[in-house]
Write a protein that binds this ligand. Structure first.
Ligand code: FEO
Length: 403
C-alpha cells in the first residue's frame, strides 16, 4: 500500500469509513475519515488513533513504516471515541509508550477505558503524561508543542504543533466528514470540500465560536504549512481559505439569505410558507424552503450558518408544535447560531399554540424575533396569503439592510 507522506518522516496512518451514514445524528452521505498520524524521529510518536473497528487498518499502515513496539509516545488530542477507541488496542502493542494528553484528556481516558490495560497499566505503571498550554516535547530532531483548545469542541481538546515542519495537528477543528481516496485539499478541490467543511462547522463547532476565535488568535504567530485535521482532507494549499471561513462563521457573518423552514398537516402552513417565499423573491433576496418531513436536518443547519433570517412555520397539533418542528428547533437551540432574525407562522383548527411555541424557542436560541402576526385558522384565504407575501418582502428588505 502506498504510504501517505505529509513531509519526510511524517505519515497519515488513519482510516476511511466509506459507509457510515450518521455521526451521532449528523448525516454523513459521503462517509468519514479518522485521521491518525505517525512521526518517525528518534522518538516515534503516534498522534491520535481511529475508531476501533478500523484499528487493524491503522495497525497495518503503522507496520509498513515501523514496528509498533518502537512507538514511544501516543498523543491523544481529544478523547472522543472516534479518535481514542483504538488506544486500548494499540497500547497492547506499545508496552513502553507514554500516553500524552491534557489533564482533562487523561481523566476522560481513564473513565472511558477503566477496564483496559491502558488504564490498569502494564507492569503496574500508569503511563500517562499530562501536558498543558505551551509545553514542548523533543522527539529527536523535531519538537512538538501543545496548544490547549478547551471546548473546541470538548473540554479536553488540544492541538499538537510540529514546530519544525509547521504542521498543526488540529484535531476536529477544520475537519470535514468526507471519505475520499485523496488525502490533501489540492487533490480534491474546494468546490467539494467547502460545503462539507461548512456542514461540519455548523453541526459540530457552531456553539463554540468564541473558542474558535481565541484559538485562531493563539495560533496567529505560528507558521502553518499544513493543517492536519482529524477528519477529511489535510489542508496544505487552502489554509488561508479555511481559516478565514472559520473566522467568518465564528463571528456569525451572514449572507443576504432567508430560510423558510416548516412542516404541514393539510397544506395550510405550506401555502403560507410558499407565500412568504414569493415575497422574499420579489425583493431579490436568496431564499431556501425546507419542509422538515423528508429533509436532512444537518443540511438545513448548514444553511442556518450563513442565513440572516429564519422563518419557522408549523400547524398547531394538540396545542403545540408539530413534532418535526419542535425537534428541529431543539437541535438548532443547542447549536446557538449567532446574529439571526426570525419569525414564526402557522395555521390552527380550534386552538392556537404552535406559533407561540416557535417564538419561545427562537427566543431561547437568542434569535431576534420579529412580530409576524401570521397565525391563520383552517385554510388561509387570499388576504391572509397576501399578508404572508408582504411579510416575506419586509423580512427581505431588513435582511438587505442588515446582512
Ligand atoms: Fe472527531 Fe470530537 O471527535
Amino acid at each position: 500500500m502506498a504510504k501517505v507522506t505529509l513531509s519526510e518522516g511524517v505519515y497519515w496512518v488513519g482510516a476511511v469509513d466509506w459507509n457510515v451514514r450518521s455521526f451521532h445524528g449528523f448525516t454523513t452521505p459521503y462517509g468519514i475519515t479518522y485521521n491518525a498520524y505517525l512521526i518517525v524521529d528518534e522518538k516515534i510518536t503516534l498522534i491520535d488513533t481511529v475508531k476501533y473497528p478500523f484499528y487493524e487498518e491503522m495497525l497495518e499502515k503503522i507496520k509498513e513504516i515501523v514496528s509498533p513496539q518502537e512507538i514511544n509516545y501516543l498523543i491523544s488530542n481529544h478523547v472522543e471515541m472516534d479518535h481514542s477507541s483504538s488506544l486500548p488496542l494499540i497500547f497492547k502493542e506499545t508496552p513502553n509508550a507514554q500516553l500524552i494528553a491534557t489533564k482533562r484528556g487523561i481523566a476522560g481516558l481513564r473513565k472511558y477505558y477503566k477496564e483496559s490495560p491502558l488504564v490498569k497499566g502494564v507492569g503496574g505503571c500508569l503511563p500517562f503524561v499530562p501536558v498543558k498550554e505551551g509545553d514542548e516535547l523533543s522527539i529527536g530532531k523535531r519538537t512538538l508543542k501543545f496548544i490547549e483548545t478547551p471546548m473546541l469542541h470538548w473540554p479536553d481538546s488540544m492541538a499538537t504543533y510540529l514546530v519544525d515542519e509547521g504542521i498543526l495537528f488540529s484535531m476536529d477543528a477544520f475537519g470535514q466528514h468526507l471519505a475520499t481516496s485523496r488525502r490533501f485539499d489540492d487533490e480534491v478541490g474546494l468546490e467539494i470540500i467547502m460545503p462539507e467543511a461548512a456542514k461540519y462547522y455548523a453541526n459540530i463547532v457552531m456553539p463554540f465560536g468564541s473558542q474558535v476565535l481565541k484559538t485562531i488568535d493563539k495560533a496567529k504567530d505560528l507558521k502553518i504549512n499544513m493543517l492536519a485535521t482529524s477528519h477529511g482532507v489535510i489542508w496544505r494549499q487552502n489554509i488561508g481559505t479555511i481559516i478565514e471561513s472559520y473566522v467568518k462563521w465564528a463571528n456569525g457573518e451572514a449572507e443576504e439569505k432567508v430560510l423558510v423552514i416548516y412542516d404541514t398537516m393539510w397544506n395550510s402552513t405550506e401555502m403560507m410558507a410558499k407565500a412568504l417565499v414569493k415575497g422574499i423573491i420579489n425583493e431579490g433576496v436568496e431564499v431556501k424552503l425546507f419542509k422538515l418531513t423528508g429533509s436532512d436536518t444537518s443540511e438545513i443547519i448548514k444553511e442556518v450558518l450563513t442565513a440572516k433570517a429564519i422563518l419557522v412555520g408549523s400547524p398547531t397539533l394538540n396545542n403545540g408544535m408539530f413534532p418535526t418542528v419542535a425537534g428541529f428547533l431543539e437541535y438548532m437551540r443547542g447549536l446557538r447560531p449567532k446574529g439571526k432574525i426570525g419569525a414564526a407562522f402557522g395555521s390552527y383548527g380550534w386552538g392556537k399554540g404552535a406559533v407561540r411555541g416557535i417564538e419561545e424557542m427562537l427566543q431561547k436560541t437568542k434569535i431576534e424575533v420579529l412580530d409576524a402576526n401570521l397565525e391563520f385558522q383552517f385554510v388561509p384565504d387570499k388576504e391572509e396569503l397576501q399578508k404572508c407575501v408582504e411579510f416575506g418582502s419586509s423580512v427581505a428588505r431588513q435582511v438587505k439592510r442588515e446582512a
